[in-house]
Design a binder for this molecule. Sequence first.
Ligand SMILES: [Zn+2]
Length: 354
Amino acid sequence: MQASGLSSATVSNVISDLINDGMVAEAGSVDSDGGRPRTLLRVRSEYGSVVGVDIGETHVQVGLFDCTLNTLDTATYPLGGTELDPDRVVELVTRGITAVTASLGPVSLLGVGVGVPGAVMPDGLVHAPTLNWAGVPLVSMLRSSVAAPVYVDNCARTLGQAEMWRGAGRDASRAVIALLGVGVGAAVATGSDSCRSATSTTAEWGHTVVRVGGAACRCGSHGCLEAYIGAEAILSRYGRPLSASDTESRMAELARLPDRDARRVVEETAEYLGIGIANLVNMLNPDKVVLSGWVSAVLGPVVLPAVRDTVKRHALPYLFAQTEIELGRLGNEEVALGAATLPVLRLLATGGRA
Ligand SMILES: [Zn+2]
């Protein structure tokens, strides 16, 4: 009540509306100092379900979540390098939604959130260099093939939201969520308002320059961070053939290899990642940096001590002292979960009414 700034009568009216709508329920009571016992409330997870879709460079993953964001089901479809055709991606998304919602029964689907590794323009066009998409009308394509309301946003931004709601960013007041995959992005999340964490994308973090006259980047520049810590950059720096066929498995293979060249590539990756994070720390003064994305899941546990050491050497000491660097805690469907925050955010904004 204090956080909302509303009177007790107004809060009571809103709560009884939400209980009548079936969105929240009473969950016992606790004593308050001297006054009437306070009633505890919980969001009813059975109120409805949401779908989150991760359109990544290596797969399309569709997750079904209850409205408190517990995972109910997922469907994952690997993407080959030649399959990033928007029509093919939309077909996989609709197939995944059909698969995960097949057992839903009478529970309503409240909405579908979609995270993309690129920028979503106000007119619904998506620019995603890592997918080779320039001005793809993804929002209208999805809306014409999905029956539920569809919301599309940048996947680093939505992942940042999920990390602030229920991941490593929960207790942070300002967190930077780094998304490490084929592309490299970041989101800045501010947790001062716990139910509506404002996130902003710094998707271009991967294209900040970390080396003069450095490696060519697909953006056309040279020496970009992504040209050193993007998944394909890491694998091509190793240069030797690996036995696994897909990018994610080859990265896992590289992380396990004992040979000196593999160790060197992993150490260099930690050094460049640490420099990229030190720049963020010096510019943004976050109290937490969270490493997420599938490259972080594979390499993170191996490189984290070296990354912290590099940040310590390059960030200003008084800023470094205030910054924790952690691995994400949301697991394999983190990006889909992040996308699922979009319909939940909409639900909160509209007081539970569709
Ligand atoms: Zn670049």
